[in-house]
Design a protein around this ligand. Structure first.
Ligand code: ATP
Ligand code: MG
Ligand code: MG
Length: 391
C-alpha cells in the first residue's frame, strides 16, 4: 500500500490498536517504548527499546522511519523539532506545533479562544490569593476546577475546590514542588452530558468526522461511551461542526478527539482536544466502516480517508479499569470480560499491560446491536460484574 515506515512514540494500548490495521495494509510500524510494552507485544516489524521522551532514542527511531507519529501528547516537542531539523526527510504528524499547544491545557484554551471556539471560562492562577480573587471577584464562584497545565490524563491533574478551606490542599496536591505556571482554573460547567467527536484530517487537508458520541466519566475517567449520542439531531450536528472548527485551527494530519460539554440550554463548549486516537473512538473498531486507528494511519500517510459511517445501529464501549492491584486485582477486573463471552455482539480488547493496578485502563469491551435499547441491555449485563454491580 505504501512503502513508508511509521514510527510511533509510545507503545501503550493506542499504539497496540494501531498495529492491526497497519498489518492489514502491509505497513511497517516501529514503536519506541520499553520492551514488553503493550504495542511491542503484537509488533511484527522493528522496535526501538527505550523511553519515548529520550531524545537519542527518538533520533534512533527517526533514522528508521519516514513518518513519525505519537500515541500520547506528553512528548518532548523541542526534541521533535531538533529531530525534524536533523532528518529533513522525516514527516512528523501531527506537527510538534500542534502538540505543543495541546499538551499545555492553558495554552490550548488560549489558542481555542483566539479562534472563537466556545470553551469554559478559565484563568491563570499562581497562589491561594489569586484563586480567591477569581472565585469572589471574577464571578467564577464555587465549585471551581483547579487543573494542571501539563501531563494530565484520566483526571489525574484535576481537583475540585468546593470552598476556601480546600484551596491550599488542592494546590499542594497538584503542584507539590510549587513550580511556576503549573496550574490554572476553570469555571465549573454544569453540563447535562459530555460529548465527543473524532475528526481526521489527511496531509492534503481532507477532513472527515465520526458520529457525535456520549461519554460518561466516573471519577474523572472515561467509563462508558454510547454511539451515537442519544441527543437531538441538531445538537449532534452542532457538536460535529464545533469539533471540526476546533480541529481547523490546529495544524497537521492525523486523528483528533474533541471532548465537549453539552449544557441544559443547548450550548456546547469544548473541554479539550487529544491529537491522537482517543478512548471515545474505540467503538469505531467494531462499529464503523473505518476504525479510528486505520483512519489515523491513512491520514498521516496521506492515503484516501475512509468512511466514518456506522455499520451497526448502535454501539457502546465499556472501559475495563483495574479494580485492584496484582494477580488478585486482575482476576476480579476480568470478570466482566468473561461475562461478555456469552453476550452476542460483545468484543473484548485486553491491552496486555504487565501489571494490574487499581484505576489503570486494562482493556475495553465494545457491544453492538441494531438499536440503542438493545445495546443498553447488554451494557447493563456487563455492569453487573463491575464494582458495585450485582454479581
Ligand atoms: P483525559 O483522560 O480525557 O485526558 P484529563 O485528565 O485531561 O482527562 P479533563 O478532560 O480536563 O481531564 O477532565 C476530566 C473530566 O473532569 C471531564 O471529562 C469532566 O467529566 C470533568 N471536568 C473537567 N473540567 C470540568 C469543568 N470545568 N467543569 C465540570 N467538570 C469538568
Ligand atoms: Mg486530557
Ligand atoms: Mg479529558
Amino acid at each position: 500500500m505504501d512503502k513508508k515506515v511509521i514510527g510511533v512514540l509510545g507503545g501503550g494500548q493506542l499504539g497496540r490498536m494501531m498495529m492491526e490495521p497497519a498489518n492489514n495494509l502491509n505497513l511497517k510500524v516501529n514503536i519506541l517504548d520499553a520492551k514488553g510494552a503493550p504495542a511491542t507485544q503484537v509488533q511484527v516489524s522493528d522496535h526501538v527499546d527505550g523511553d519515548f521522551k529520550d531524545e537519542a532514542k527518538i533520533q534512533e527511531l527517526a533514522k528508521k522511519c519516514d513518518v513519525l507519529t505519537m500515541e500520547i501528547e506528553h512528548v518532548n516537542c523541542d526534541a521533535l523539532d531538533r529531530v525534524a531539523k536533523e532528518n529533513p526527510n522525516i514527516d512528523i504528524q501531527p506537527t510538534p506545533q500542534t502538540v505543543r499547544i495541546i499538551q499545555d491545557k492553558f495554552l490550548q484554551k488560549e489558542h481555542l479562544k483566539n479562534f472563537n471556539i466556545p470553551i469554559p471560562e478559565y484563568a491563570s492562577v499562581t497562589d491561594k490569593q489569586s484563586i480567591l480573587d477569581i472565585v469572589n471577584n471574577k464571578g467564577f464562584g464555587y465549585p471551581i476546577m483547579l487543573k494542571s497545565r501539563k501531563l494530565a490524563y484520566d483526571g489525574r491533574g484535576n481537583t475540585v475546590i468546593n470552598n476556601e478551606s480546600e484551596i491550599e490542599n488542592a494546590i499542594k496536591t497538584l503542584n507539590p514542588t510549587g513550580a511556576d505556571n503549573a496550574l490554572y482554573v476553570e469555571k465549573w460547567v454544569p453540563y447535562k452530558k459530555e460529548l465527543a467527536v473524532m475528526v481526521a484530517r489527511s496531509k492534503s487537508g481532507n477532513t472527515v468526522s465520526y458520529e457525535t458520541v456520549e461519554t460518561i466519566q466516573k471519577d474523572n475517567i472515561c467509563h462508558i461511551v454510547f454511539a451515537p449520542a442519544q441527543i437531538d439531531g441538531l445538537i449532534q450536528k452542532n457538536a460535529k461542526a464545533i469539533a471540526e472548527q476546533a480541529i481547523a485551527c490546529l495544524y497537521g494530519a492525523g486523528i483528533f478527539g474533541v471532548e465537549m460539554f453539552y449544557l441544559e440550554n443547548g450550548e456546547i463548549l469544548v473541554n479539550e482536544i487529544a491529537p491522537r486516537p482517543h478512548n471515545s473512538g474505540h467503538y469505531t473498531i467494531e462499529a464503523c466502516e473505518t476504525s479510528q486507528f486505520e483512519q489515523h494511519i491513512r491520514a498521516i500517510l496521506d492515503l484516501p480517508l475512509g468512511s466514518t459511517k456506522m455499520r451497526v445501529g448502535a454501539a457502546a464501549m465499556v472501559n475495563i479499569l483495574g479494580t485492584g492491584d496484582g494477580e488478585e486485582g486482575l482476576a476480579d477486573t476480568l470478570r466482566p470480560c468473561q461475562a461478555s463471552m456469552t453476550i452476542p455482539g460483545a468484543t473484548v480488547h485486553l491491552y496486555g499491560k504487565r501489571e494490574c493496578r487499581k484505576g489503570r485502563k486494562m482493556g475495553h469491551i465494545t457491544v453492538t446491536a441494531d438499536t440503542m435499547p438493545e445495546v443498553v441491555e447488554k451494557v447493563e449485563k456487563l455492569l453487573e460484574y463491575m464494582p458495585n454491580g450485582k454479581k
